[in-house]
Structure formats: structure tokens, C-alpha cells
Design a protein around this ligand. Structure first.
Ligand code: ADP
Ligand code: MG
Length: 196
């Protein structure tokens, strides 16, 4: 169990590190260019803390992740991801890494983002990825389709005008760039769901 956890979070951390520049570039285009740094810093802390906890379970690991992202990551995404992981972890019944728990986690996280971000589907924020994946999990779509769709939900934000966050200041000029928060969310959710 703990090995699975470290594997999942290790893979997320590694990919965020590799894609820091990509996340930064997206945020440079429609925001302030700190999203890559924010995410790398946050997930580095997460992995460090998880490695210190000898026998932490899935539910507690998700909650700890939320607390760390909340306290260590700045910008809009820190509190949003923080609350998403905390509320998501509170939505799961036990510490098994299984379909039901991941579906409940993603739904709880999407609810938290919706509430805190005052955000709707189509606003071109990370909420688009979390809510749509929560819906796909509820519908019990085949795993390959769920994984394919994560990328689709991320890419669809390229054609949208941002209605929330810094990118919304650009109005029509935000069209043509993938939302950076969707790009980091795609990485996180893909690694979680690949383990199913
Ligand atoms: P900041 O915008 O403060 O610089 P980041 O660059 O780390 O913070 O994160 C930007 C991301 O946060 C956006 O790409 C978007 O996905 C997400 N975001 C911003 N505002 C909101 C909101 N109100 N609701 C949901 N997500 C949001
Ligand atoms: Mg930013």
C-alpha cells in the first residue's frame, strides 16, 4: 500500500518536475508565469513529507497533500488544490486505492473547487478537468476512455475564453492557450487513475 502511494506521488512529482517549463510557459502566456514553480515546489514538499511517514494510508496521504499544497503553494492554485485534496480525502470511506475511493475523491475535490473558486464548467479553469473526470468516473466509463478524456478536457480549454483567475483579464486573448491549471491537473489525475 505505502509503496503504491510513494509510486503514485513519486511519478506525479517527477512529471511535474519534467514539465515545469511547459507549465510556466502556459502561465506566461495567459497569467503571471508562476504555475510551474508553484507546482514543483508543492509536490516536492509532498513527496518529502510522505517519505517521512512510515505507514501512512491513501486517505491520510491525500489529506496531507492538501495541507501541504495549501500552506506551501502560492497563487490561486495553492488554496484550490489544497482544499480539493482535503475535501476529496474527506469524501472517501477507507484507505484502499480502488475505483470507488478514487471516484469519491475526485468528486469531493471537484465540489471543493466549485465552492472555493466560484467556478462553472466552461470557465476554462482546472475545474473543467476535475468535474468532467468526476462525471466520467460516476458513469463508470472504461478506463482507457477515462484516461483519453482527461487529455481531451485539458485540450478543450485551448478553445475557451477564460472567465476566472488571471487569465480572464485577457478576455478573448486567453483563447488559444491551454489553461495551466488543467495541464497540471491532467498530470495528477492521470497518475492516480492509471493505478486502477
Ligand atoms: P495564479 O493565477 O494566482 O498565478 P497559478 O498560476 O498557480 O496561480 O494557478 C493558475 C490556475 O489556477 C489557472 O490556470 C486556473 O486553472 C486556476 N484558477 C484560477 N482561478 C480559479 C478559480 N476561481 N476557480 C478555479 N480555478 C482557478
Ligand atoms: Mg500564475
Amino acid at each position: 500500500m505505502r509503496n503504491d502511494l510513494i509510486k503514485i506521488f513519486g511519478e506525479i512529482n517527477k512529471e511535474i518536475l519534467c514539465k515545469e517549463e511547459y507549465l510556466t510557459n502556459l502561465d506566461n502566456k495567459i497569467g503571471d508565469g508562476d504555475h510551474g514553480f508553484n507546482m514543483r515546489r508543492g509536490f516536492n514538499f509532498v513527496l518529502e513529507k510522505l517519505n517521512e511517514k512510515a505507514d501512512i494510508g491513501f486517505k491520510d496521504a491525500l489529506e496531507l497533500t492538501g495541507q501541504i499544497l495549501m500552506s506551501k503553494v502560492g497563487g490561486a492554485s495553492g488554496p484550490l488544490y489544497g482544499m480539493a485534496f482535503i475535501k476529496g480525502s474527506n469524501s472517501i470511506k477507507n484507505s484502499k486505492i480502488n475505483y470507488q475511493n478514487i471516484a469519491d475523491f475526485v468528486k469531493g475535490a471537484a465540489d471543493a473547487i466549485e465552492l472555493l473558486g466560484k467556478v462553472h464548467l466552461g470557465d476554462a479553469t482546472l475545474y473543467d478537468v476535475w468535474r468532467n473526470v468526476a462525471i466520467d468516473l460516476k458513469r463508470e466509463l472504461p478506463k482507457e476512455i477515462i484516461l483519453e478524456n482527461i487529455t481531451k478536457y485539458r485540450d478543450e480549454t485551448r478553445e475557451m475564453m477564460a472567465l476566472k483567475g488571471r487569465a480572464s483579464y485577457l478576455k478573448e486573448r486567453s483563447i488559444g492557450t491551454i489553461d495551466p491549471g488543467c495541464a497540471s491537473s491532467e498530470i495528477i489525475l492521470r497518475h492516480l487513475l492509471e493505478k486502477l
